[in-house]
Design a binder for this molecule. Structure first.
Ligand SMILES: Cc1cc2nc3c(=O)[nH]c(=O)nc-3n(C[C@H](O)[C@H](O)[C@H](O)COP(=O)(O)OP(=O)(O)OC[C@H]3O[C@@H](n4cnc5c(N)ncnc54)[C@H](O)[C@@H]3O)c2cc1C
Length: 432
């Protein structure tokens, strides 16, 4: 944390949110909707990054329904998946059945995450207190007398000081905010990394199967209309080994795993077409200090197992808005209020990470460590036979533990302009 003040421009807000991912955008939207002035900082120029995952869960769709936005949201291009399939060797099987969930939408909506974030941003700008600053990176915390009172940020070569009654770190798994606060991180670990690539899709291709698993290999394919977004799961640290075998050997592995792709595997013509995504699973011991709270991946980096990290990040944001909106109305937020957010969200986080680690250790590690086709694991045999287990799995993935609901009110919209003046008149506020 830093306590000097070398900034050229000061912005005053009630809540500074660092990171415009699912957690930060949802929190910013909900607080602005409740009449709180928020500044959301996002270091990139847009939301068009490929590594974010595409899943909008039934619990998030339920929240859209509670906000009165569901019908409009579902007009955006998406795929509705009511049952998740996996292919283990040559056996294809259903592993989750969403059709019996007690939610309005009994499906997972697959939608590129940038569409989801753009939707939230567009709706945020309806509220006068919502200020989204793109290309603005939070670089340090401002500490005064043992309390975080703001964030130092950079917008191109402009230095900014954003003073706030509360700072929320939503800057993901490599969070600068949690590092600057010196929060202690428990590294839970993950045995895998992911190779991320796209291959064109043909109308004649079969419908989406979530996972394809065979001797030593594990591939997840997401249907993005005219292409498949592919996540090839590899042993942690083994990318160099795979590269040494050559791109043709890698193409042959893909073609063996998904025969209908045929020649299309040659679209992955060199390693530049593949991004290596490092998987981390960790959790902060304490998510807050006076004036600062971390939520989403910055408080607990999630494994891609089950595709639930986005859901958890959004649920954290809803809980935080429910607990903090009334405190923010009164000024600087006390430690008891931010502690309440951790208390509320720690149980679902621990349960979800516990399940992810179980699957990583009992299943993913075994698959990735084997050179032969493995027999169907015992728990998958149970899932294949039991309708109840498939519904239970759908509930865990689709709704998570302790689903949150919107309790923040919508304050009347005073004006519709996207531009707004800083609350203390200390300098121009860039609003995008
Ligand atoms: C390979 C992989 C695949 C995954 N697939 C899925 C999936 O299909 N479904 C699912 O639910 N989950 C998935 N996850 C997990 C999911 O991506 C995360 O749990 C989720 O994105 C967390 O949301 P967040 O808002 O907390 O953080 P993020 O989504 O990481 O958002 C953080 C944001 O902060 C911005 N930022 C970072 N630092 C700063 C800074 N200093 N200043 C300003 N802005 C900053 C970043 O640009 C980013 O926009 C996957 C994870 C991995 C690794």
């Amino acid at each position: 944390m830093s306590s000097q003040s070398p900034t050229s421009e000061t912005i005053r807000t009630q809540c500074a949110i660092v990171g415009g991912g699912p957690a930060g955008m949802m929190l910013g939207f909900l607080l602005a909707r409740a009449g709180i002035d928020v500044v959301v900082l996002e270091k990139h120029a847009d939301f068009l990054r490929d590594f974010r995952g595409d899943t909008i869960h039934p619990s998030t769709l339920q929240v859209m329904h509670e906000l009165g936005l569901l019908a409009e949201f579902l007009k955006r291009p998406h795929n509705e998946v009511r049952e998740l399939d996996a292919q283990f060797g040559d056996q294809r099987m259903a592993i989750a059945d969403f059709t019996h969930l007690p939610t309005v939408c009994k499906f997972v909506a697959f939608m590129p995450q940038w569409d989801f974030l753009n939707f939230v941003a567009e709706h945020g700008t309806r509220y006068p207190g919502f200020h989204l600053m793109m290309e603005t990176e939070g670089i340090d915390l401002i500490d005064e007398n043992g309390r975080v009172v703001g964030v130092r940020a950079r917008h191109h070569d402009r230095a900014l000081e954003i003073r706030a009654d509360l700072v929320v770190g939503t800057d993901g798994r490599h969070s600068t905010m949690r590092a600057r606060a010196g929060f202690q991180v428990m590294d839970i670990g993950a045995p895998m990394d992911v190779l991320w690539m796209s291959i064109s899709r043909r109308p004649s291709d079969p419908p989406q199967t979530l996972g394809r698993i065979d001797a030593g290999q594990f591939l997840v394919m997401l249907d993005r209309g005219n292409y498949w977004q592919c996540a090839f799961v590899i042993r942690k640290g083994s990318f160099a080994e795979i590269q040494q075998r050559g791109i043709e050997a890698f193409q042959a592995d893909l073609a063996r795993l998904v025969p209908y792709l045929g020649d299309r595997v040659r679209e992955i013509g060199d390693w530049k077409k593949i991004s290596l995504l490092s998987v981390a699973v960790d959790r902060l011991r304490v998510w807050y200090c006076p004036g600062l709270l971390c939520i989403g991946d910055s408080a607990h980096a999630m494994s891609p197992i089950g595709g639930v990290g986005i859901n958890l990040a959004i649920q954290d944001a809803i809980a935080a808005a429910n607990i903090l909106a009334s405190h923010l109305r009164e000024g600087p937020v006390g430690v008891d209020a931010v502690r309440e957010v951790q208390t509320r969200r720690e149980f679902p986080t621990r349960m979800t990470q516990g399940l992810q680690v179980f699957v990583q250790n009992k299943f993913v590690s075994r698959v990735l460590g084997s050179h032969e086709r493995l027999p169907l694991p015992f728990f998958l045999k149970l899932v294949r036979r039991s309708v109840i287990l498939r519904r239970l799995f759908a509930r865990v993935v689709g709704m998570g533990f302790r689903p949150e609901h919107i309790h923040t009110p919508e304050m009347p919209i005073a004006r519709t302009s996207k531009k707004s003046e800083p609350r203390d008149g200390s300098g121009p506020l860039a609003v995008h």
